[in-house]
Design a protein around this ligand. Structure first.
Ligand code: AMP
Ligand code: GLY
Length: 426
């Protein structure tokens, strides 16, 4: 199969790596790709948000399957544009992708289908939003409706913080049109988990639960990032709960979208908060998480390209999807300063030595190949990923691999996986 991976992060390197190991010898193309995807196949200089350019590329390269990494091209209609050319794309159509593209759409669908989520109200009028904030209890959460590159959510401890967030989003428009509508919702507390499921429009097959680490600093301090590390399985959501969680958080949404004429085909990601009153859905993503994808694909058994095609073609079957018994963990190595300003262009050393260690794979994120050298080009640079029998073993392998890697201004969290170790009593 000739497969086009869309995107340029660590998730896309993991997708390209895993897709290349299919039953048949698959040929991989990436748009635009990074230093890692360049080792798995051919990088093509088309932006991941250029739907027309991606369709043209897929036709030109006679692509059999497109695997969409990020949400933006899906929200902009990549799947239906490719379908018009007869090219299957793993990922939902633009209507179903609004689950991620519009938080108001997602919250209203959760309310309509009875999925547990924080109580909320949606505003397009600034004065009404202010009035609402002034009348409600602290703390609360203010969210911009549209895509804001992983930003756009403010957990406000006080009304003052919530009012400032409203002004930023609705008046100053710091996220542009994403702030035309805002959601004000109850603040929940608990541990978060990422719960994903393959969907073919009707059949759903849950993936093992993961836990991401969004804040930049150890102990979850500092601003949120795209994710500083993830592991799988995450004991915060034990395997015995996957079936129940799929019925609670995935099934109602998939059934409702099918009834609306937009069956969800791809991977649906529910961001959960495990509160003392039970699980709540914070958000949906219409794609793999980054970095959750990296540990998931380290464990996946089965032919990923076939699983993706089965999702697109409405013939998904749980027997196609298996998991290695080991735990996988991914520790993100970033540039000092991320998610604020950070330096770029650092040469990266030691990747081969790291990958010589048992069970270790280094996925590249913000990197590019420059004259045979790998240099940094983004804030999240590498996802050092390891398998081990149990979380403690996987963690020590990942950090041993990190010891082999060096570049200027390296930064990473040393506590990835620790919440899971506490739950395991270690
Ligand atoms: P979202 O993009 O909606 O997942 O929000 C990003 C992050 O904000 C989540 O991963 C949570 O850490 C936090 N968050 C979102 N909604 C809430 C909420 N209702 N209560 C507490 N924290 C929240
Ligand atoms: N790791 C969180 C996300 O991909 O949205």
């Amino acid at each position: 199969m000739r497969i086009l991976v869309v995107g340029s992060g660590g998730r896309e390197h993991a997708l390209a790596w895993r897709l290349r190991q299919g039953g048949a010898a698959n040929e991989i193309f990436a748009a635009p790709g990074n230093g890692g995807t360049a080792m798995e196949g051919v990088n093509c200089a088309v932006s991941d948000s250029d739907v027309g350019g991606l369709v043209h590329l897929a036709r030109d390269k006679r692509i059999d399957l497109v695997a969409a990494g990020p949400e933006l091209p899906l929200v902009e209609g990549l799947t239906e544009a490719l379908a018009r050319e007869g090219i299957p794309c793993f990922g939902p159509d633009a209507f179903a992708a609004r689950l991620e593209g519009s938080k108001a759409f997602a919250k209203n669908l959760m309310r309509e289908t009875g999925v547990p989520t924080a109580d909320f109200a949606v505003f397009t009028d600034y004065a009404k939003a202010r009035e609402h904030v002034l009348a409600r209890d602290e703390p609360m959460v203010v969210k911009a409706d549209g895509l804001a590159a992983g930003k756009g959510v403010v957990v406000a401890r006080t009304r003052g913080e919530a009012l400032a967030a409203l002004e930023d989003m609705m008046v100053k428009k710091i996220y542009g049109p994403a702030g035309d509508a805002v959601i004000v919702e109850d603040a929940l507390s608990g541990e978060e988990a990422s719960f994903l499921a393959f969907c073919d429009g009707q059949t759903i097959v849950p993936l093992p639960a993961c836990q991401d680490h969004k804040p930049v600093g150890e102990g979850d301090a500092g601003p949120n990032t795209g994710g500083m590390g993830a592991y799988c399985p995450a004991p915060v959501l034990p395997e015995s709960e996957y079936g129940r969680m799929a019925e609670l958080a995935i099934r109602p949404i998939v059934a409702s979208l099918a009834a609306k004429g937009h069956p969800f085909k791809g991977v649906l990601y529910a961001g959960l908060m495990m509160t003392k009153d039970g699980p709540y859905v914070l958000e949906y993503n219409v794609r793999f998480g980054d970095p959750e994808c990296q540990p998931l694909l380290m464990r996946l058994q089965g032919d990923l390209a076939e699983i993706m095609l089965a999702c697109v073609q409405g013939r998904l079957d749980a027997t196609r999807v298996g998991w290695k018994p080991e735990t996988a963990i991914c520790v993100v190595m970033a540039a000092k300063g991320y998610p604020g300003n950070y330096p770029k262009g650092m040469e990266i050393f030691g990747l081969d030595a790291a990958e010589k260690l048992d069970g270790v794979k280094v996925f590249q994120a913000g990197t590019r190949l420059a004259g045979g050298r790998i240099v940094s080009s983004g804030g999240r640079i590498l996802g050092v990923t390891a398998l081990g029998m149990g979380l403690a073993a996987a963690k020590s392998r990942a950090y041993a691999a990190i010891e082999k890697i060096s570049y200027d201004n390296a930064y990473y969290r040393r506590d990835i996986g620790d919440k899971g170790l506490v739950r395991e009593g270690k």
